[in-house]
Structure formats: structure tokens, C-alpha cells
Design a protein around this ligand. Structure first.
Ligand SMILES: [Zn+2]
Length: 245
């Protein structure tokens, strides 16, 4: 695959002037493909095209997709702004509500939610100390909530003996995982989401003890336990970028 050098392209290619002008880089990747396609990642627009596509064709393709590119860039910028930072005064999206992070001085270390405040209490708090307190808080919540419910659901489905272990781990991009050896894994960051979403994730991994794939039968089983699961899948796709820290 050949990758031509990237350059900064203004958003008004093709004479279309827009209000929200975000600068972006453009890269062209040529390969044996037959059609042109666009991707946006890290403020870079990647055009994948056939070897023989002319520069003009590529430019026209970009120009005719200006609106789409702009929407993607704005969406990406929005997501970057929403990344969770455990800092005094920052916003945290907790159980589908936006709360303000408050650092409170106190000998006893704890995290509590009061009204629209997400209070982190400790002695001489700084962001890295606060971050550890939030991590411990979420891990505790996850072991209290997720582990018994996963076993309970597995028992209900008659597959509790298949569970070898339930692990809680913060992974880069996944909410859960199930191996053929019966190891269930949940990302404890899910404890920031509403309970309906957490229950869907619990259901998803437990159902893998019966169907190891994402086949129709798997989703039918998920649906029999969690009828609104499609809504939860969408909700996660839309909001999950706000949970990683
Ligand atoms: Zn799955």
C-alpha cells in the first residue's frame, strides 16, 4: 500500500465555504481496491482508492463528501472534549448524568455522589491521587454488583458450573470478554454507566457461556433476558468514549 505524504488541507476544498472550519490532514492510500472510500481518524482524512485513481478523481471525491467529513471532524472534536479527566471542577458522565467533580479535604478517603456533585474525598488530593480513589471505588462497586449478578444469571441459565473465574480489568477498548475456558472478564469502568447498561453487559458475557459467537441464536438468548438490548448497544456506542480515563 502506498501512502502519499500528508498535507494540511483547508476544509473549503471545492469552493464550499463553511462556518466551522477545522483544519485536517489528508492522506491517500492506494491499493488494489476498486472503489474510493473515506475515513476520519485523529483529524486526518484518509482516502482509500484504486492504484489508477487520478488526483482529480480523489479531489472530487473529497469535495463531494465535504459535509460528511466536516460532521465526522466535529464529532471527533466533541469526543476529545468529552474525555474524562479526574480533576477538580471537571465534568464526569456518571449513570447518564453530567456531574461536577469536587475534591474535598478529609482524612477518610472516599467517593460519594451528592446531587450533581461527584465528590472525591481525601487528604491533600491531587489529580493522580484522586484518580486512584476513583479507580478503587469503581473496582469495589464492580465486584459488589457484577460478580454476584453474573453468577446469578448463569445459575438461572444452568451454566454456572461453566464459570471458572470472573475477572475485573480495565482494558483499552473492551467492556467484556468470555473465553471458551469459562473466564468472564468485565471492564470495571462500566460502573460509570446506568445499571441497565451494566446488566446488558453482564448478560452479554454470560450468554457467551452458551453461544461462543455473535450468531442469531446468541442474540435471541440475550434478548430473552434483556429485551431492550439493541438500545443499550447503541447507547454504549454513543457514550462509551466518556468513560475511559
Ligand atoms: Zn460478545
Amino acid at each position: 500500500m502506498a501512502r502519499t505524504k500528508s498535507k494540511v488541507v483547508p476544509l473549503n476544498i471545492g469552493g464550499i465555504e463553511r462556518q466551522h472550519v477545522l483544519p485536517y490532514r489528508c492522506e491517500v492510500e492506494r491499493s488494489r481496491r476498486k472503489t474510493l472510500a473515506l475515513y476520519v481518524k485523529h483529524r486526518t482524512v484518509i482516502v482509500r482508492c484504486p492504484w489508477q485513481a487520478s488526483r482529480r478523481e480523489v479531489n472530487e471525491f473529497i469535495a463531494s463528501n465535504q459535509q460528511w467529513i466536516e460532521n465526522r471532524l466535529l464529532e471527533e472534536a466533541q469526543r476529545e472534549r468529552e474525555v474524562l479527566r479526574i480533576e477538580r471542577g471537571a465534568k464526569i458522565f456518571y449513570r447518564a448524568r453530567e456531574l461536577t467533580i469536587v475534591f474535598r479535604e478529609g482524612r477518610k478517603e472516599r467517593v460519594l455522589v451528592n446531587g450533581d456533585q461527584f465528590i472525591i474525598q481525601g487528604h491533600k488530593l491531587n489529580p493522580s491521587k484522586a484518580r486512584i480513589l476513583v479507580e478503587d471505588y469503581l473496582i469495589d462497586k464492580a465486584s459488589e454488583y457484577i460478580i454476584p449478578r453474573a453468577y446469578g444469571l448463569a445459575r438461572h441459565l444452568g451454566v454456572d458450573r461453566k464459570i471458572k473465574e470472573i475477572k475485573l480489568r480495565k482494558t483499552k477498548s473492551k467492556w467484556g470478554h468470555c473465553t471458551s475456558q469459562g473466564i468472564l472478564q468485565y471492564n470495571w469502568l462500566i460502573m460509570l454507566a446506568p445499571y441497565s447498561i451494566i446488566d446488558y453487559m453482564i448478560t452479554h458475557e454470560v450468554c457467551h457461556l452458551i453461544h461462543m459467537d455473535h450468531s442469531r441464536r446468541f442474540w435471541e438468548l440475550v434478548q430473552s433476558i434483556c429485551p431492550n438490548y439493541e438500545h443499550y448497544v447503541d447507547w454504549l456506542k454513543q457514550h462509551e468514549h466518556r468513560f475511559w480515563f
